[in-house]
Design a protein around this ligand. Sequence first.
Ligand SMILES: NC(=O)c1ccc[n+]([C@@H]2O[C@H](COP(=O)([O-])OP(=O)(O)OC[C@H]3O[C@@H](n4cnc5c(N)ncnc54)[C@H](OP(=O)(O)O)[C@@H]3O)[C@@H](O)[C@H]2O)c1
Length: 334
Amino acid sequence: MHKILMSRTGGPEVLEWIECADPVPRAGEVVIRTHASAVGWPEVLVRTGAYKWMRPLPLTPGNELTGHIEAVGPGVTTLAVGQPVYLAVREVDYACGTYSEKVVVPAVSVLPLTAGDDLDAFAGLGYFVFAWALLHEMAHGHPVERVLILGAAGGTGSALVQTARYEGKPMIIGTVSGEEKASFARALGAHHLINYRTEDVFARVLELTGGEGVDLILDPIVGARFSESFKLLRRWGSVVSYNATGGMPGADLFPAMRSRADHGVGLRCFSMHIYEGDPQGRRRIREPAVAMLRSGVKPRISRSLPMSQAAEAHRILERGQNMGRMLLKPARSG
Ligand SMILES: NC(=O)c1ccc[n+]([C@@H]2O[C@H](COP(=O)([O-])OP(=O)(O)OC[C@H]3O[C@@H](n4cnc5c(N)ncnc54)[C@H](OP(=O)(O)O)[C@@H]3O)[C@@H](O)[C@H]2O)c1
């Protein structure tokens, strides 16, 4: 079998396609033959060494896959050879990465799928789990009707748009860098797209909301103008930073928040790592996402690349060219 291995951090070229021995399952373990692994920005952070929860090198990146059970170890009675399954490496404490033709994991860590489940769509389940968590757990019970999604055409952004639309949010506003991405996010269900290169996002959000603002801003970028976000929140509204790829805020946030005390504005920083050591919490956020995919909502798969070309997938992400979900597939996978 083959897998991607990185022995050092750096540019896409550190993602090497290597041959290695087939895994053998021990008691309680199964071998999964990969159908598809998702690829997203978190692995770019791992590759460059910027990831806060970095695993020791050498490592195989990748956070989720779908595939079929190829072999079962002694004592495994719940899964049989040929069963389609989903794996999030969060369930195995990141003991393996999914840019791999095969993985060996404890049987209890996999989610059995049905013959009717679309294995391409389920390879992108993680961003729908993430979207559900952001839309539900971050608002802390306060109703979210109007949501502003930054980077609305990307992997997470598009899952957020689709989830918000599935839930019938009356106003979904997204930001994008150009017309192609705006069309993409509009087709997924965003009501309004703002091109941040040509329009003033702050003025436009206030215009669209009759000067009131939104309930929730979901922001992976942050950057110099972040403190102005609080002006875009209506009563009890919050902004959630789930990364800060655009850099840290240029100003002290507290005065900006205090000035909106009469709106009860909130700020949260979020990472999926909050669910480590919390299997019940992980199930709570996964079940509605699974139900959403089974009801017919599907991630928009913009590209499927051969797994050996993981470096090219990372270049596409770094050039800002990704829309929706990108997959890596072993050569023989359909
Ligand atoms: N906290 C967590 O647990 C968690 C989990 C998953 C992902 N994330 C984060 O979510 C973010 C999106 O990941 P993804 O896989 O969806 O990536 P993606 O598909 O590349 O989408 C990100 C989009 O954000 C926009 N963007 C604007 N400014 C940017 C900047 N300075 N740097 C990068 N992108 C910028 C780009 O769209 P435009 O061209 O329209 O600007 C880009 O397409 C990443 O920062 C990732 O680390 C966090």
